[in-house]
Structure formats: C-alpha cells, structure tokens
Design a protein around this ligand. Structure first.
Ligand code: UDP
Length: 331
C-alpha cells in the first residue's frame, strides 16, 4: 500500500510510520520539522521536509505517488500554548488539514486516518467518556481538533472521503526497539517531565493544581502505550479499506491515574525520590479524562497489549536513558 503520513516525524506519527514500514507498506512522510525530527523517520520510509499548507508541494507529492491512504498527525498539540496563542492553532491545524483534503479530493484519494484527541470533550461530568459524550472543548487545541473532525465529516458527505477519527487519551511510552521515542522541545507532557527528575535534568515536579474534584485532588488521565496506539491505526486503515463505515473511536486504557499516582509510580520504578511542589491549575486543563474503549474493541478488535503503567514507564525510561538529549542530529 502507498501511504502518506503527514506529520510523521513527530512522536506519535513516527511510531505509526515504524509499524507501517514493519508491515511492508510504502510510506512517504511529509513534515516541516517544526516539532518533529528527521531522525525519527525510520527507514525505509521516505522523508520529505515541507509544510502541509503548501499545496504546490502536495500536488507534486500526489503526482509522484498514487496514495491509497493518508494519515494526518501534523498539528500543534500543547494545551498551554493554545491558550496563549489560539490563532496559531486554528491556522496551523485547521488550514493545514483543509489544504490536505483539497489535494486528496483533487487526486481522488478517498481514505484518511485522523489523529484527534480527548481534548475535544473538555470538562465532562461523565466518569467514563464514550464517543457519544458531548464535545465542549476547554481549550483552543481541543477546539481546533473538533473543527478538523467536523471538516472531515463534511468532506465525507460532499466528496465521499472516508475517515476514521481516533481520539487519543494520554499517549506515553516508546517503541520497544529503542530507536524512537518522545522528544518535545520544550517538553510539556507529564510522564517525560517526571522522568527528568531521576534523569537529573530537573529537581522537582510542579503539580498543576491539587484542588480538583478527583480522588486525590490532582488531575486524572488515561494513559495508553504508543505502540498499542500505533496498532489501532493499522487496524483502522484495514477497516476503511474493507469499505466499512467512516467513524470515530476513542483510544485509551479505560483506567484513570492521577498526576500524583504517576509520580509515585515513577518513584517506585526508578527507586528515586521525586520532590513535588503544588502550583496553580494549568489553564484549559479538564479535571478528568478517562476513555471508554469499548467501541474500538468491539468494531476493530483492538485491545491494548500494554495494560499497566509499568510497561509505559519502562519503555519511556529506556528511551530516555539511551537518548539523554533526545534525537541527536536535528531540533
Ligand atoms: N501536569 C502537571 N505538571 C507538569 C505536567 C503536567 O501537573 O509538569 C499535569 C497536567 O496539568 C495534566 C496532566 O498532568 O492534567 C497530564 O498533562 P499532559 O500535558 O501530559 O497531557 P494533557 O492531558 O494536557 O494532554
């Protein structure tokens, strides 16, 4: 299969690229390296540096290869940054997708797997979130993804572009071969930040708020291993190529861990004390996000293989220990 992965040099995209090439697909990655790393694109995938908004570049890429499927990961994804600069999020995320869909339609490429997020749900009173839970994003990042989902759905209606939208909960861990992993600059995600303390790159963790209505007052999230997440993408692709109905799936582990519990787990795993400080709430943070993954389990037969936090922490730790400064050759 010929597959275009837009944003395939980022943390999540690169893990999907690896599984796709491991399954012998011909993969072309388009990424502007704004947050990604060329080194994260594992061979034999082909890497093209460029912006998804660049329609003449897209036309050239689509002329050279006849794609069966497109995966979209090219998006800014920090809640905090989106609160400060919403226009960046609407411009990069939404206009990038529009350009891609326009060219897909022009070249009659009718299959897209879209990387979405639990941030579309916002603060919901429901303890466990299903795909039918109402979406009221609490930050521009989540809003931009919700808009992108809607754009894709209208393109399905109008141009017959088929889609699977995957709403990720908190993705963590690294590929077990140890070649690729998480390297955001600056890092904002909880697990890699906590690991920075035993790695002696940080002295303490600031917990953003301990007055939430949760088990210990800190925010609760549902962590899913990036390798399990990648597997779900391949299943979603096969599902669409079998001609099945376009749809949306949550992907999580259906278990919630508080921020404090994550810190305790990392302490246990590394045997190193992690000092904490309590700070104020981070703007835009929902109190709790836990997925129901029943739909993806029933429809795609997906089941997470790495079901406990230890497997996530273990793979992330190995990546960071072996790559203390992340990827070496680029930003
Ligand atoms: N968090 C924290 N301190 C940090 C980083 C994150 O307390 O230094 C909290 C954050 O407020 C959120 C949770 O950890 O509730 C997970 O944050 P992350 O950025 O990893 O993912 P998000 O859920 O925002 O996508």
């Amino acid at each position: 299969m010929n597959i275009l992965v837009v944003g395939g040099a980022g943390y999540i995209g690169s893990h999907i690229v690896k599984q796709l090439t491991d399954s012998n697909h011909n993969v072309i990655v388009l990424d502007n390296l704004q947050t990604g790393h060329a080194e994260a694109v594992t061979k034999p995938a082909t890497f093209i540096k460029g912006n998804v908004k660049d329609k003449s570049l897209l036309r050239k890429i689509f002329t050279e290869t006849s794609f069966d499927v497109v995966f979209h990961f090219a998006a800014n994804s920090s809640v905090e940054e989106s609160m400060k600069d919403p226009l960046l999020y609407f411009d990069n995320n939404v206009s990038g997708l529009i350009a891609l869909l326009e060219i897909m339609n022009e070249f009659a490429v009718k299959t897209i797997i879209f990387s979405s997020t639990a941030a579309v749900y916002g603060d919901t009173p429901e303890e466990v979130i299903t795909e039918d839970t109402v979406t009221i994003p609490k930050n521009p990042y989540g809003e931009s993804k919700r808009m992108m989902e809607q754009i894709i759905q209208w393109c399905h209606t109008a141009y017959n572009i088929n889609y699977v939208v995957l709403r990720y909960f908190n993705v963590a861990g690294a590929d077990l071969a140890g070649i690729i992993g998480e390297d955001h600059r600056p890092e904002t995600h909880l697990i890699p930040i906590v690991l920075q303390v035993p790695l002696e790159k940080r002295e303490f963790i600031t917990i953003f708020g301990n007055d939430y209505d949760t088990k210990d007052g800190t925010t609760v999230r549902d962590y899913v291993h990036v390798v399990d997440l990648a597997t779900a993408h391949l299943l979603a692709m096969d599902y669409l190529l079998e001609g099945k109905e376009s749809t949306i799936f949550n992907i999580g582990s259906s278990t919630g861990f508080s921020t404090l519990e994550i810190i305790n787990k990392v302490e246990e795993y590394t045997g190193k004390k992690i000092p904490i400080r309590y700070g104020s709430r981070r703007e835009g943070d929902p109190h709790s996000l836990i997925a129901s993954s029943k739909k993806i389990e029933a429809v795609l037969g997906w089941k997470p293989h790495y079901t406990d936090l230890d497997a996530i922490i273990d793979s992330a730790w190995k990546w960071h220990i072996n790559h203390p400064d992340g990827y070496e050759n680029d930003c």
